[in-house]
Design a protein around this ligand. Structure first.
Ligand code: G3P
Length: 216
């Protein structure tokens, strides 16, 4: 499973890339709005220049007639830009049109397996089922993710599944077990995956023993 970082924060991205774990970035209008201070195209270009992989930038227009030209503008920002398209009828038409132009897409705001299936059939490069926000409304998100992974695998569909709206290290584990190709995670979740209280406790025991010995 690959890890993408779910943020628009340049400093977090720079630090995470240094860990050697991050192979892409996903943004969305909420994450972008938290950074401010620059226009969106500049923000995405800065991110695309430092990330060694796909960077998702989300459309904000809502009709096919507007979404396709907006997507072309985003795709021109950098070669590793992936256009994030909210799943809808207009979104599916946009995904299908962009797939014929060779523009990579990430179908987002997916809360049901069928949404992921139709997005994959329309030609989405990636599909992003939301885990955390589905759990927020008391729906079994792991069941949906597992079903979607099974459907994509059974039918040999080419799209890659990005487990999104990951809130905890448990979500990351569940995404890996379900067979998601990618988990896009907040930086704090990525860091939390590295740490465990027992590691610190036992390391202290080892260091104390070393420091009390005559080995040094
Ligand atoms: O960026 C897509 C998704 O990961 C955002 O999820 O729940 O943090 O808004 P959330």
């Amino acid at each position: 499973m690959k890890f993408f970082l779910d943020t628009a924060n340049i400093e977090e991205i720079k630090e995470a890339v240094q860990l050697g774990l991050v192979e892409g970035v996903t943004t969305n209008p909420l994450l972008a709005s938290k950074e401010g201070g620059k226009d969106f195209a500049t923000m995405i270009k800065e991110i695309a220049d430092i990330v060694p992989g796909p960077v998702s930038a989300e459309l904000v227009s809502t009709t096919f007639a507007e979404m396709v030209p907006e997507a072309r503008r985003l795709a021109k920002i950098a070669p590793n830009i992936v256009v994030k398209v909210p799943i809808s009828i207009e979104g599916l038409k946009t995904i299908h049109a962009l797939s014929k132009e060779g523009i990579k897409t990430n179908a987002t705001l997916i809360f049901g397996a069928n949404q992921g299936l139709v997005a994959a059939k329309a030609g989405a490069t990636y599909i992003s089922p939301f885990i955390g926000r589905l759990e927020d409304v008391n729906v079994d998100a792991l069941q949906m993710l597992t079903t979607l992974c099974d459907i994509i695998n059974i039918h040999g569909l080419k799209t890659e599944i990005i487990a999104a709206s990951v809130r905890t290290t448990a979500h990351a584990t569940q995404a890996a077990l379900a067979g998601a190709h990618i988990a896009t995670v907040p930086y704090k979740v990525l860091l939390a995956m590295v740490e465990h209280p027992m590691t610190d406790i036992v390391n202290r025991i080892f260091m104390d023993a070393w420091n009390q010995s005559d080995l040094k």
